[in-house]
Design a protein around this ligand. Sequence first.
Ligand SMILES: NC(=O)c1ccc[n+]([C@@H]2O[C@H](COP(=O)([O-])OP(=O)(O)OC[C@H]3O[C@@H](n4cnc5c(N)ncnc54)[C@H](OP(=O)(O)O)[C@@H]3O)[C@@H](O)[C@H]2O)c1
Length: 349
Amino acid sequence: MKRVFVNGYGSIGSRIAQFIADDQDIEVAGIGKHSPDEKVTDAISRGFKVYVPKNKVASFKNFNISGTIEDIISDCDLVIDASPGGAGYANKKTLYEPKNTRAIFQGGEKITGEESVAQLIFNSRVNYEKTFDRQFVMQGSCNVTGMGRIIQPLKEKYGKKIKRLDAILIRRWADLEDSKTEVKDSIEWSHKPHHDEDVKSYMGADTPLFIRAFKVPTRQMHVHSMDIRFDGSAPNAAEIISIYKNEYGVATLYSAKGTKDIRDYAESIKFSFKDTNMIHLHADLIEVQDDVVKLTYSDDQTGIVVPENHLLMQAMLFKRKKEDAFRHTEELFHMAEKKRMLEEHFRRQ
Ligand SMILES: NC(=O)c1ccc[n+]([C@@H]2O[C@H](COP(=O)([O-])OP(=O)(O)OC[C@H]3O[C@@H](n4cnc5c(N)ncnc54)[C@H](OP(=O)(O)O)[C@@H]3O)[C@@H](O)[C@H]2O)c1
């Protein structure tokens, strides 16, 4: 039985801990908290042991904590770090490297420059086996993971026939349960969004991807608008849709009005955390003009990386065969059933 510690219990860490707790092959050693707030009680009520930084123990005196993060790091096989972007690098330096512990980092970290956490970004569709013997691997961010699910099948089918992929990322401002962040009435842009470099790091530097990113005042998912330019005539819409028919984690929808529509449906049928864990290809918006296919899809920001973390965990801990890992993840996440239900509900009218 392998022991996994989830360091950070926010939007992503709480989801990961909750899902992997049902995995019979591992034991969740506990979760890491930094602030003495109601989420400590939440974690304990769900059966998780809570560990806190040594220098903050006193501020948790009103809670039944189980020990320090410093100590539990030495007593687990893998850490899934789900700390805020940038804190993962500090944790690597002060905790994981000194104690020679293996770790998965999340997409708010970097894989280049002085503060890089790992040399590899994981995408289960692209480089599952490459993670087997690594000490540190970074799970791509939600946007980066979503682009992999869309682009890799296109790349496999059309290869060099694709001349350019121009994507505009319309990003949500904050997560549903993030009560600390005010959603400002503004549209903000990113200079040199990291997504471009991150996707190319695992898909190849020659991927002809060009990204612009804007943050908009919503908590309900991201939307990507991608123009795919072909060398010669573009394939028709039906052919593009058929590529994703059996694609893991991509649901093809025809009648969703917007991202909240999808989230509301997920809530109505009691998907955990109101997440779909999917990319939603909006088939009603596909347009083909001469050499260009215009594709629009939405990306469940909080849900999409959680099954990916579970797949990555299996690769790093067990070097499990890819098909077996997907089968096991399916037992916990029911992705095929979610896809079927979403496609049925948002079918062509
Ligand atoms: N939110 C998303 O949709 C999303 C999607 C994909 C990837 N990601 C990435 O996932 C990571 C976590 O994001 P999040 O949205 O889950 O953040 P979050 O909701 O702000 O949660 C962060 C958690 O980390 C804890 N924490 C604070 N400092 C820490 C430290 N030094 N070491 C360990 N834990 C620490 C916080 O504890 P306290 O609450 O106790 O202070 C909190 O539980 C980021 O890299 C982010 O870019 C996020």
